[in-house]
Structures are given as structure tokens and as C-alpha cells.
Design a protein around this ligand. Sequence first.
Ligand code: NAD
Ligand code: MLT
Length: 529
Amino acid sequence: MMKIIITEKISDNGIQLLQSAKDVQLDLRDGIDRAELLKIIPNYDGIIVRSITKIDEEFYQHASPRLKVVGRAGVGVDNIDTEGATKRGIIVVNTPESNIVSAAELTIGLLLASARNIPRAHNRLLNKVWDRKGLQGSELFGKTVGVIGLGRIGSLVATRLQAFGMRVIAYDPYIADARFEKFNAEKKGTLAELLQEADFITVHTPKTEETFGMIGEEELKLVKKGVRVVNCARGGIINEEALLKALKAGIVASAGIDVLMDEPHPTSPLIDVETCVVTPHIGADTAEAQYKVGLTIAQEVLAALRGEMVPNAVNLPTLHPQEFEAMKHFLSLGEMLGKLYYQLEKEAVERVTITYKGEVAALETTMLTRAVLKGLFEPILKDQVNFVNARLVAENRGVAVTEAKETAAGNYLNLIKVEIASKQDVFTISGTVFGRHELRIVDVCGYELDVTPSPYMLVAQNTDKPGMIGQIGTLLGVSKVNIATMQVSRHHKENKALMFLTVDSVVDKDTLKMIGGVEGIIKVNFIKL
Ligand code: NAD
Ligand code: MLT
């Protein structure tokens, strides 16, 4: 039974999905305190959090080795140490698309609320005062808005603000010019340029070392007097002390803030500033967003625990569902090719070169490389290696990994060739996917083959002379091992042959020893896939 704990509120549909899964025991511990969580977390396979629970090194030290997945019900993963997860092979999943519309709409809500003093005006009425003094705001129409970070939410905000008649300028050094064009946003090469031109500024970057405090005292010296700002991304991207000062000095005319540096923070001094509208991190709090977030995170955590591929894994390359469909058989092929090495050879690996040829070269090959590496190390590391940590495992073992791509694949439509070099030798193996899903091993160390992989296989290299097949067949027969298929491939120059047999059951050590003892057998190995 897989055990999952949920430490913050998620929607009922997600909870119901997990409760109805027969292989899951679910514990709802909304608001559990840190000490208690650290005490019980060694008993869980999965955890689902929002932005309050801190998943850090101390947490992993308690949670490992049982924990397999951390689900973040939302977008931002700044409360999760993803590197720490990757090191331990823990998969981190989030729901990047589920709440972006809600966050974009709140951004606009905060922009309007602060620019038009809506909460302040309403407060006067709550106190039964009808007074319009000091409530004059400013229109959006004709103004310039500076969007910092033109990603998912930033671009939704940009599009919506254009409908208000605003000119959009944007700063995002990590995206292609085509994206600025797509969203009709004028690209600014530096943050300073944006700050100098904008009448409104809204930030939509993740919180990173680079973006934390990216608008501070110095930057606020560059802005137009009376600029209006919004932060619906992450607390601290706009330095809170600097903002407070600028609001008090009237340099910033108004601010809309949904996120604070240390949350929860109900006593933040920003809340007491009349020109600042503060909300307690409610960007994603709509029925629609929470419905999608809850369901998506439950589905993803479940898939990850069941060993299926997850589309939104933060510490894996992103795969869209169609992409995953197109490559799932290549993932199996890559993993299978990798898995054969340590069952055929015993030399420590120094270098792995994977060449993707033909159709497969056009796919997300970094994921396929992970599959090959997972397969390669699995016979020696078992479940300590997975898609998440496969590259890191290779790196830590000093194995250099390179990928190459070729458009032509010889006689095949697609081919994956894996070259594994040890100090002594270079081992090569190639495979293809026939039709839509038939895997084939087509070459092992220069021996041409056409083998459909099966759970049990026997591989023997021998001197190319008469009687070899008969002797192996007899020995397997004596041991009651049924041969399903057999292929022989020859190296004429070296006078050697490779026999590849698929068999119906395990070949035990004694039988292998007997086969190995047959005159002319160079080596023999039993393979389990
Ligand atoms: P995203 O990854 O789609 O977009 C982020 C963009 O920021 C990217 O285009 C990236 O290139 C850009 N960027 C990164 N570093 C930058 C830098 N130094 N300068 C300029 N641009 C930079 O992310 P998203 O889904 O749009 O989310 C944006 C933010 O909103 C995140 O911080 C997320 O956590 C937050 N968020 C908040 C709420 C809420 O409830 N308030 C809800 C959802 C998301
Ligand atoms: C997010 O990153 O998705 C938001 O901050 C919303 C949330 O945590 O609920």
C-alpha cells in the first residue's frame, strides 16, 4: 500500500481521487506542524503541499529513502529544494497550467484596485462615511505597463491589459524575440529601460537568486514618479522595505501585493499603508483553479508512485501528452538497450555515447538518454536509479555521457545506437522500433541481428564451427529450458558467431556453467529484462 500525506488544503475532487485508489492510504494533515511532520514522514511514499510546507534538506533527511514523490499543488516550487530531490531520485511534480488564469486575473484586479483606491473607498463606507476626497486614481488607458517575466502568467496579463488600451513593454532575457512579438509586447533589453518607461509595473518571474530583490532601492530610483506596481508572483522580488519607503515618499503611487516574503505575515507594515492593497496570497484561490490544481496534482502523484511517466515533473524534461505518446516505445527501447550492458559485460563504464538516428532524432532525446542510463545502472543499483536521477548517477560515477543525432538511419526508419566504453573495450548495441511499437535489437558489437526482446534471453559467443547450436540446445533441453527463438550472426573475419536465444524460463547457474564449458564457447550470459 502506498502512503500519501497532504499537508495543506487542496480541493475535494483531488482528495476523492486518491481516497478511491485501492493502492493508496491517504492521510489529510492540513496545517500539521513541522516537528510532527518530520517525525512521521519516514512512513510516506508521497507528499502533497502548497506554498507553506518547506521541503528542504532537513525534510529529505527524514523522508528518505521511502519518499518517492513531492507534489506541489500550484506553480511556484520555491518552497521545495528540487536539487535535494533530484539527488535522491525523488520526483517533484507541480501543476503549472492550472491556476495561471486566476493569477493573471488577480494581478489585474490588484492593479485596478490599487490604482482606483477601491478597498480604501469601500472601507470608508464600512465606517458609514461618504467621502471622495483623496480617492482620485488613474486610468490604464493609454498608459505603458512594464511586464517583467513574459512567461505563462506574464503573457496572459499582457494580453488582457492590451484590451484596456495599454502599451505593453516587457523584460525577459530568457525568451525568444518571437514570444514578445506573439504577445505584442515591446522588448526591453534591460530592466533599467523598462523601469524608466513604465507607468505600471507588474512582476511575473519565479523567485530565484537572480530575481529575489530585483526591484530594490536602486531600481526604484529609476522609476517614473507616481509609478504603480503589482507583485502577484513571489514575495521579495520587489524588496519590501524599499517599496514601503517609496510608497511613503509618493515615488510609488500605489501597489497591489498578493505575496509577501515571509508568509503568513498578517502584520506586514505594507498592510498599513493606505496606497497599498495587500491580499493573503489568493492568486490561485478560485473555484476553477483549485478544481484543476487538486485533480491534476492527485493524478500526477498517483502516476509517479505507480511508476508511470508524469507530464509536469519539475526535475525532468517537460513532455507534452502527444510527445509522450510518440516516444513511449523509444523510452522502453532505450531502457532495454542500456539494461543489456552489465548483464553481458563486467567492465566499469567510462563513457556512454548515444546516437539517435532517423525519426527518433526529432524527439525529446534528453529523456531517451535518461532511459538508457536508467537501464544501464539498474542491474547494479536497482531502484536507486530512476528517470529523475539517472544523469546525476552517471555524473557521480564519473561516466561521461554524450548524445549525437543523425537524420539517416541506414536501412531503418529509426535507430538508437548505444556505445559504452570501458578502459578495455567499446561495447555497442543498437535497436529500432518497427511499426508503431515493436522493439528490436538489431546489432550487438557489430553482429547483425533481428531479435524481439523477451524477459529471458541467453547470449553466447562462440567459435564459428559446426555443432555449436546443437550442443547448446541439448544442454538447455536437459535443464528443461524451452527455446522460443534463436538467431545466429557471424563475424566471418574473426571466425566468431553470436547466438541470441529467447527462452521461456530462467537458465540456472549450473546450466550456464555447463554451456560455458563447451569447447568453442567464448562466453555465455543469461539476461533478464
Ligand atoms: P513561467 O515560468 O511561465 O514564467 C516566468 C518567466 O520569468 C519566464 O518567461 C522566465 O524566462 C522569466 N524570468 C526568469 N528570470 C527572469 C529574470 N531575471 N528577469 C526577467 N524575466 C525572468 O511562470 P508563471 O507560471 O508565469 O509564474 C510566474 C510567477 O507567478 C511565479 O513566481 C509563480 O510562483 C507565481 N504564481 C503566483 C500565484 C499566486 O497565487 N499569487 C499563482 C500562480 C503562480
Ligand atoms: C502557486 O505558485 O501556484 C501559487 O502561489 C498558488 C498557491 O500556492 O496556491
